[in-house]
Design a protein around this ligand. Sequence first.
Ligand SMILES: [Fe+2]
Length: 259
Amino acid sequence: MLSTSGSDLENATFVSQLNEMISSRKKMTNVLYQVILAGKAPRKLLKHFVLQRYPIKNFWTRNILGIAARLDDYRLRSELIENIYEEETGALTKTRRHLETFVDFGVCLGLSRADIVACRDLLPETEAVIEHNVGTCNRSDIDFTQGVASVLLLMEGQPPIVNRDGLSMESVMRDVYRLPPKGYEYFSVHASATEGQKVSEIEEDHASTAREILTRYCTSDELRSKAIAALERAINLRHAHFSAIYERFYDPTEPPFRV
Ligand SMILES: [Fe+2]
């Protein structure tokens, strides 16, 4: 045998299966993202998009820390810590806590900061996503590789959010909804600003850390099938959450939002 062992091949197949699951049901396959990217979202839909997405994003750093806390490899752990440090502080890019830029998007839509951070009116479909993410990343009785596949890789491995005309979330927010820079800053750095057909370099690094963790730790058939099942479940829950936002808050008779 030269260089590739049987288990290396199994791992490569496993990781490409996860990638395929993620890209075949990427965000743009959901009607919520299609209507937003088409520039047709009324103010109410965008406001509720912020209110329902914020709490999931607010758990993100703790979810990833739950994975990091159980990772004995120093280099891989430090890559996650660096990711989270930047996320929580913006210090590496000399910006600020990333989540605050999402709050600013909501403020530009007419919400107050308090409306967003203290929103208690969560849809059951939103709660279900949080419960899944906390369950797979933070619960010590569930192997952390399930969290890596179904939370870390699912988020960081998302293909760019781009519509058929090649417009990104960032360009639609800026040029169609006409948000000021503060309103679309979030979308300049997250799975939305596209550099060619690639997502930002930062997100690509994070996705490769996730793939490396899986190759290293998700090494038995049992672990791999549990990680696949967790990802399948997470994708279903996220689409149910996106669809619930669309069904509950989209009224096509309302005019599209414009600043
Ligand atoms: Fe971020």
